[in-house]
Structures are given as C-alpha cells and as structure tokens.
Design a protein. Structure first.
Length: 282
C-alpha cells in the first residue's frame, strides 16, 4: 500500500536525517549480526509487515524472518522476528521498526479485548479518527488486526454531520438537505451519518433519511429506547464514554455499532525488545 509506504518513509526520515552518527562511530567496519525481536508482554501482534518494510528500506540485504504473523496471539518471551545482516543497518532500523510494532500491537491487543467483550451480540466495534498524526492508516490497520472495524478513514470518504455542522446549518434537517445536495452535485455514493444528542434529535434525523445515526453520550436506557424507536429502519452507532467495563451493556441494547476512541488514542504500547548479537569475525 503506497500510503503506508509513505508513512514508513516519513518515520525513517524523521529518525535518521543525515545519518545514525552513534552507529557510524562505533561500527566503522562492516560487521554481521543477528537481531532478535522478543515479546516482553502478551497480546496480539501487529505491524510485522510494516517492520519488514522498514528493514527493506534501510537495507534490502538484511534477511527478515517472522515467526509470528499479524493477528497472532503472543506471550511474554516469544521470539517474534529474527533479522540477519549488516549490524549497522539493524541498529539504524531498530527504533523505527519497534515503534511500529509496539504501537500497532498495543492497538490490536486493545481492539481484541473490545471485540471479545461484545462477542455473541450483533454489535460491532468501530475505531475513530482519534489517531496519532501521520499514523492514521497504520493505526487503523492495527484495529482491524485486533478484530474490530474501521470507521471512515478521513473527512473525504463519508458524510458525518456533527454538532458543529448542525449549528452552522441551523438544524439537522437543513444539514442533511445540504449534504444530499452535495451528494447529487458531486455524484457520490458516500453514506450519510448524523450525530444526535437526544431522542428528539433522533426523530428529526430519522425523518431526514440518513444511513447511520450516532447516539452521542446516550445512557444505556436511552440507547435501548432509541433502538426501539428506530425499529431497524436505520443503523445506530453508540459513541462517547465507552469503556471495557460498559461496552457489553451497550452492545446488548441492540445497537449496530459502537465507536471507541480509546482504541487509537489511549492504547498502551506492547512491550517488545530487540537484542543484537554480533557474529564472530572470520
């Protein structure tokens, strides 16, 4: 994926700039080495393909062998990846590869916990745009690896009418009307979603004819009522204040989707290390 390649290239440029001066100073002569990526905590692995590309961009002669693939459940102590080649190249690529592996695995691990929490219900967990700047696509790849779904990628691939849009338009009905006109003018088939704060706004959104209605910070009892009012005539998404402690109760209301910002803005990086072993001089 070219967009992911750009993210990786940007990360390497940010880290290396004019050169890895410490490695250049210490490894003046070419030395061969093996680098071992090891899990120091359990979770769901994500970012293997990205780490592979990091090494290819730094030095395509480095051999990259993965013992676990994206989506694998791993435990502390597991050897995840082994790289062999120029020691300097391994050291230069180390931090960028680890940054992606640790962040993406942390997101995938949290996503898996949310997916497990709603298993057996009809609800599916969605991510949000609350991602690290510049890492939107890799964050969202990790969410999918963990078993959850991606919401819109950006501002360009779905109409999502939020409270400030409604304020600017004057009403939900006026905002939806403007969006539908834009849809026709630009011949797009992007779905239309509107955010509502109460049951009165829910009724207005239903009357406007949209694809999805976001129930913003609704209590569980209100979500149940919204599900009954909607009666399968429109998809419903619960959003705001969702945690692992309450997500099951929200899912059991019958809502279609539950969006969780925590997946990408607060996931804890999974602890993964890389140990270098120099090969003897011949």
């Amino acid at each position: 994926m070219k967009q992911v390649d750009r993210i990786i290239e940007s990360a390497l440029e940010e880290d290396i700039k004019s050169g890895d001066i410490t490695t250049e100073a210490i490894l003046k002569d070419r030395r061969l080495a093996t680098g071992i990526f090891r899990a120091k905590a359990g979770g769901i692995l994500s970012g293997v393909a990205v780490a592979r590309q990091v090494f290819e961009l730094v030095d395509e002669t480095v051999e990259f062998n993965a013992f676990h693939e994206d989506g694998s459940e791993i435990k502390a102590g597991d050897v995840l990846i082994e790289v062999e080649g120029n020691a300097a190249s391994i050291l230069t690529a180390e931090r960028t590869a680890l940054n992606f592996l640790q962040r993406m695995s942390g997101i995938a691990t949290l996503a898996a916990a949310y997916a497990d929490a709603v298993e057996g219900t009809s609800a599916r967990i969605l991510d949000t745009r609350k991602t690290a700047p510049g890492l939107r696509l890799t964050d969202k790849l990790a969410v999918k690896t963990g078993g959850c779904l991606n919401h819109r990628t950006g501002l360009y691939d779905m109409y999502l009418i939020k409270d400030n849009h409604i304020e600017a338009a004057g009403s939900i009905a006026a905002a939806v009307k403007a969006v539908k006109e834009h849809q026709l003018e630009n011949e797009t088939s992007y779905k239309i979603e509107v955010e509502v704060k109460n049951l009165e706004e829910l009724q207005e959104a239903l009357a406007s004819g949209v694809d999805v209605i976001m129930l913003d910070n609704f209590e569980v009892a209100q979500i149940k009522e919204a599900v009954a009012i909607t009666n399968n005539t429109c998809l419903l998404e619960a959003s705001g204040g969702i945690t692992l402690k309450n997500v099951r109760a929200v899912a059991e209301t019958g809502v279609d989707y539950i969006s969780v910002g925590e997946l990408t803005h607060s996931a804890r990086a999974l602890d993964i290390s890389l140990d270098l072993k120099l090969k003897p001089l011949e």
